[in-house]
Structure formats: C-alpha cells, structure tokens
Design a protein around this ligand. Structure first.
Ligand code: MRU
Length: 348
C-alpha cells in the first residue's frame, strides 16, 4: 500500500532516500508502490506507465536526476556532471510528447553550475521544489477554473488529469475537485479512455476516494451524451500546448473538441505553465508518441482481436486552438487562445 498524504494521493514521493511510485498499471485493483534507487529504472518506469501524466512524469524525472547524481558522484566525485549525462538522456527519451519531462530536466540541469561537492542535497531540494510548485499550481488552477463554471454544472473529462497525473490534486480534476467543493458540480462524466483506460481505472478511482460521484461512459458514447444535452463543459488536461494555443492531449480529446463545437458545449484545458512550449509554433510540430499495438489488440492481457489483425495506437492527438474556449494556467486564464494571448500570460 502507498502513502496517502494529508491533501490526498501523490503518485510520486521521496521517502528514506528512495523514490516511491504508485504503480498505476495495477490500479484500481491493487494499491501497490514501486521503490526505485537507480535513474535507468526510473526511465523504464516512465516508459512503461508505472507513472504517467505530463506533470507527474516531469516530477518523477526530476527525482530521477537526484538518483543519477548520487550514482555519478559515488563513481566519480570530480566528474559527476559528465558521468550523469547518459542517464539524463535516458530520462529525456522515456516519453516524447509531454514537454514537462524536458522542462523538469532543464530545471534540474540549471542547478549544476552552482554545485560544489556532493550534489545530492541541492538537487533533492530542487526536485521537491518542482513537486511542491506543481501542487500549488494545481490548487490555483482549481480555483481559477471553478470560477468559470456555472452552478449545477455537468462536466465530462477524458483520460486522467488528476492527482495521479500530477504532483497531487490534479489539473482538470483539480478544477472538478474545487468546483465540487464549492457546490457547483451536478454531475461528473468520465470517458473510459481506451486503450489504456485511464478514465475507468484512475479517474473513477480518485474521484470515488474523494467521495465525488462519477459516471463512466465508453469513449464512443460522448457524442450521444452531448446530443442529449447532458453535459455543459468538457474539462481536460494537456501534455503540450504550443505557442499558438494548439493542445496535445490523450487520444480522443480532439474527438471531444469537434463534438463540443457541434453541440455548443465549452472546452476547458487546464495545464500548468510547464506544459506550455513556446519553442513550437503550432501543434503540427509536436512529436506524437505511438505505443505498442498490443495495447489495442488486448484488454487486461487477453487478446481480443484475431491473430493477424494490425493496430494503430497513437497515444495523443492535437486539438487546434480554435476549438478551445479557455486555457487555465496557474498564472491566469486565456480565453479563445491565441499566440498573443499566451505570450502575454507568460510575460506576467
Ligand atoms: O499517456 P498518459 O496517461 O501519460 O496521458 C496523460 C494525458 O494525456 C493527460 O491528460 C495529460 O498528461 C494531462 S495530466 C495533468
């Protein structure tokens, strides 16, 4: 069993000089934790989705740098900054789409120049700071996003953008948590989110832990839900937002955006500033991860497709900025996002 903090679940935490990760592949049926002491194992855990969600993998990689530095300093106290490079690279390559991973590694690297002697305590402080800042950002976004919702609101979310996908509290689920606490939410729907079922397994798990009722639907039921006027807002997280406001998020988000536009339903994207990538002009430049075809051809390890069937398994899609009603960040909100609007927000 993993530790539950005063403010709820945290998918990643540092304890007894070791990195602890909730094994999200096993939830909700098994509540287990994986303990890691080596950076290459952290890279594998990110790749294999022990931990997932853009901010959570960034935070995990930051703690991974602490483990890499500990090993590099033990092996070569005078040259640890060179020795560490291979393991930093392994962490950087673990998953391509969420920019938070590269962002967190850059932040850790920026500390290197001021370190003399053993780097572990300074790097651990920075990793913990990144982690706490993410939690604080989520609470701030929760308030900002909740303020935009009407009373008696019915919301639909996709994938898991909750505590399990972040340092804690969540982005999209942070807004839903804050709005629920304020008495503004009437109904929470969650897409099951094939193929990995983050919605059915993780979003439903977290919400029920907080006693927030949730109704699951097959991804393909979202159109009928909107047609029957059973939902007011779609609220999702993001893995990368480009300079013009295009949004990469879990595959199926674009479907929802197109449907929402057709049915006059609003789309809110909730993401910390660490998810905004001003180096990419638009979403066509985002590298979209393609995962193993077995994720589509099987369910829970059981093959569901005839042998010989092939599969296409992009893990993310890109929703054009023109389909997004509002982007909520910890620095403020941008309605009808544009390049200028995002640049102004970032300059604050
Ligand atoms: O493949 P995953 O589970 O890492 O994908 C996660 C998502 O797409 C989330 O919606 C996104 O990372 C935002 S999490 C706050």
């Amino acid at each position: 069993m993993f530790k539950i903090f005063e403010d709820g679940l945290r998918p990643v935490y540092w304890q007894n000089d070791q990195l602890h990760l909730i094994d999200q592949r096993k939830l909700p049926n098994e509540e287990t934790v994986i303990i890691l002491e080596k950076a290459p194992d952290v890279a594998v855990a990110i790749k294999n989705m022990v931990v997932r969600g853009a901010p959570a993998i960034g935070i995990t990689a930051a703690y991974g740098v602490v483990l890499a530095a500990r090993a590099a300093y033990a092996a070569s106290p005078d040259h640890w900054q060179t020795v560490i490079e291979t393991e930093m690279q392994q962490l950087a390559e673990a998953r391509p789409t969420a920019v938070n991973l590269a962002w967190a590694l850059e932040r850790m690297k920026a500390c290197f120049s001021k370190i003399t002697g053993n780097p572990v305590s300074i790097l651990l402080e920075e990793a913990k700071r990144i982690h706490q800042e993410d939690i604080d950002a989520n609470h701030r976004m929760g308030d900002l996003g909740a303020a935009l919702l009407p009373s008696n609101c019915r919301v639909l979310t996709h994938c898991n953008a909750g505590a399990l996908a972040t340092g804690g509290y969540g982005t999209a689920l942070g807004v839903i948590r804050s709005a629920y606490a304020a008495g503004k939410i009437n109904q929470v729907y969650a897409d099951e989110t094939r193929p990995w079922l983050q919605g059915a397994r993780l979003t439903a798990y977290e919400l029920l832990q907080d006693n927030i009722p949730v109704t699951l639907l097959a991804d393909s039921a979202a159109a009928a839900l909107m047609q029957q006027k059973r939902v007011d807002w779609i609220i999702v997280g993001s893995d990368r937002i480009t300079a013009n406001g295009d949004v990469a998020n879990k595959i199926g988000t674009y479907n929802l955006a197109v449907l929402a536009r057709q049915h006059g339903i609003k789309l809110m994207v909730v993401a910390p500033i660490s998810t905004v990538d001003m180096n990419l002009a638009d979403g066509s430049q985002i590298v979209i991860e393609e995962r193993a075809t077995d994720e589509v051809l099987t369910i829970g390890g059981d093959r569901i497709a005839p042998s010989g069937a092939k599969a296409w398994n992009p893990s993310f899609d890109v929703t054009p900025a023109s389909f997004v009603d509002v982007i909520v960040t910890e620095k403020g909100v941008v309605e009808k996002p544009t390049r200028e609007g995002l640049a102004e927000l970032l300059s604050l």
